[in-house]
Design a protein around this ligand. Structure first.
Ligand code: NCD
Length: 304
């Protein structure tokens, strides 16, 4: 039985094959309508979500399966003090596959030890978010046509942004990727990503504060939200939240082929005036999220 806790649980070949399946589903969704008939997905969300939870649920419904679960810890027995282990033992009696989001880093991993069915990490604290990474990779492949030979700028909250950590891990296995890390000092990439991923794999990376200087060299700009819920104090959040606001003006020196990604939700970091720019890909990214999750559910259920 396979779980997906960390993006590195999947080989590059497996990721390629998931992307291929997602593209096949996009081309002919009817073919997949009955693939998970009588199968159930449980979504256990101990933290807020719109896209991740609903795209998981839509994915399972579009495969002909059904869904159950909860969307806040308050409505589960966690609010009575039940442990994650006991919750997962219980849910794995009812569902064939589980997608779980939790504010504690490592909670989905701990859950996978106790589960009788595949567990998918749908985001654990400020740590990892592998299915967002699959979404991002599918989007890059569809928008740019390749998963190698590009320069990507990550901008915003690189410290707490779990989507950034997972995507950097994933990219460390592709050829000729250059990374530009754009953030204020307080929100720099964590040491373990720097040492264990970037430096260990000899990935070419630079760090800076100002996005305008690096804009012309980017093939992809990956914007992120400042993760308010992970801050210890509100004043720090208020001081840092508007560090970056992408506007049409800031894009003046960018390539006409630039791809702008954002895992969403956005707060202020991308002005809505950018939404109609042909370089804005974040709503395509949202759509891709459902298709790659369909491919993932199919894969994990076929390996049980
Ligand atoms: C991201 C997350 O939850 O980490 N959202 C998502 O899943 N699409 C990014 C964020 O919340 O800022």
């Amino acid at each position: 039985m396979r779980h997906l806790i960390d993006i590195m649980d999947l080989s590059v070949e497996e990721i390629d094959s998931l992307i291929e399946t997602a593209n096949d589903i996009i081309a002919d969704p009817q073919l997949y309508r009955e693939k998970c008939r009588y199968k159930k997905l449980a979504t256990l969300f101990f933290e807020p979500s719109t896209r991740t939870r609903l795209s998981f649920e839509a994915a399972m419904l579009d495969l002909g399966g059904s869904v159950l679960g909860f969307s806040e810890a308050q409505s589960s027995s966690a609010s009575k003090g039940e442990s994650v282990s006991d919750t997962i033992r219980t849910v794995s009696c009812y569902a064939d596959i589980i997608a779980m989001r939790h504010p504690k880093e490592g909670a989905p991993l701990a859950a996978s030890y106790k589960s009788r069915v595949p567990v998918i990490n749908a985001g654990d604290g400020g740590h990892n978010h592998p299915t967002q990474t699959l979404t991002d990779l599918l989007t890059i492949k569809r928008e740019l046509g390749r998963l190698n030979g590009f320069t990507i700028g990550f901008c915003g909250d690189l410290k707490f942004g779990r989507t950034v950590h997972s995507l950097i891990s994933a990219l460390s296995r592709y050829e000729n990727i250059k990374i530009v890390l754009i953030s204020p000092d307080e929100l720099k990439i964590p040491g373990y990503v720097r040492h264990e991923i970037l430096e260990k794999n000899n990935i070419e990376y630079t760090e800076c504060f100002d996005m305008t200087d690096v804009m012309p060299i980017l093939d992809i700009l990956y914007m992120t939200r400042v993760q308010r819920e992970r801050f210890f104090n509100e004043d720090d959040y208020l001081r840092l939240r508007d560090s970056y606001i992408l506007t049409p003006d800031k894009l003046k020196n960018a390539s006409s082929q630039l791809k702008i990604l954002h895992p969403l939700p956005r707060v202020n970091e991308i002005s809505t005036a950018v939404d109609d720019d042909p370089r804005a890909c974040y709503f395509n990214q949202v759509e891709n999220g459902k298709f790659i999750r369909m491919a993932l559910i199919l894969k994990l259920l076929s390996e049980v």
